[in-house]
Design a protein around this ligand. Sequence first.
Ligand SMILES: [Zn+2]
Length: 295
Amino acid sequence: MDWKNLPSGGGGIEDRRGGGGVPGGGIAIGGIGGLIIALVAMFFGIDPGAILGGGDGGQTQTQTQSQAQAQAQSQSSAATDESYQFMDRIMTSTNQVWGGIFKQAGRTYTPARLVLYTRGTQGGCGVASSASGPFYCPLDNKVYIDTNFFATMQRQLGGGGDFAYSYVVAHEVGHHVQNELGIADQVEREQRSARSEAQANQASVRLELQADCFAGVWGNRVKDQAKITQADVQNAINTAQAIGDDNLQRQGAGRVVPDSFTHGSSQQRIKWFTTGFQTGDPNKCDTFNQNYNQL
Ligand SMILES: [Zn+2]
């Protein structure tokens, strides 16, 4: 993949790396694989800010002097930093692709923004920590990524590769697209009226698989520009395989409980990413109007 061929400057990136973390941080608000507990909490009508001790955009007030200084220092070198540039191009490109798709459909699209951090940071959905894994906060329209996560991916989650990392970012932007389309709200309502936890989980799986499909749609739209090869696609598939709920459960508790799936199985995640990638058509990503057992 040649990501340097992608456009830059529109990533809306807030660079909070080297910010020293959040005192007493370490509250996970998501899980590996992009679980958004904050969003889930919102689905159940709980205010995530209250649980997670986060404010709503109060991050500048709670920031200590030393954090602010460290941030200023890291920002001064940001423009030449490879991982910053990578993130900026992936974000610029995803926003551009979705902006185009929305425009064609006669809708307006507000670009997603990205917060890069290390250790921990305050956000609209509370405290983000390294244990969170990448996530999207629908309350401030920002994707949060600890850049060290990519090293974790390489070691533990099916290997790395630029397109695999891009898939993770594009999946989170996929959640932003769902937010823009009102799908996230719809799922929230569905989950509130769910008769069981298993039913609420099914709505989450549909939402997550659609975000995988949306990530694939982006990949399709930039495959020539970014020179995405078969090996790149395989890297993304390896990641989808690794972050499937069945695989994570097998490696964690050692027991697979489909009713507790929130993101979908490895096979489903591969299927929906591939559907998006092969068609480039967001209309093919309708995971909601399908029999659950056939997803
Ligand atoms: Zn997700």
